[in-house]
Design a protein. Sequence first.
Length: 104
Amino acid sequence: MNDREFCQHLDIEVKILRIWVEQRWLMPREAEAGWSFEAADLARARLIQDLTGPMGVNDEGVDVAMGLLDQIHGLRGRLAVLMGAIRAQEPDVQRLILSKVDDD
């Protein structure tokens, strides 16, 4: 969706959207006609609305929250790669690795 549609979904002004992009809380893809947003961007923007609205979180707090969210997303991706590598091993090796994880 484009920036106008995105703002309509969130009931925000384009000015607010620009601020969020400048803060790097949202990172839309560049398209020929401007920015392009996906469903994940919409979910992220709704979180920003919750943080800055009812929760009363200031800009620095939103920076921290969005940074942590990005770290979690990155870690989930790395974990998926790791699990794929474990699944590619022989069953005995898989059991050994998983037994070490279960020991913690």
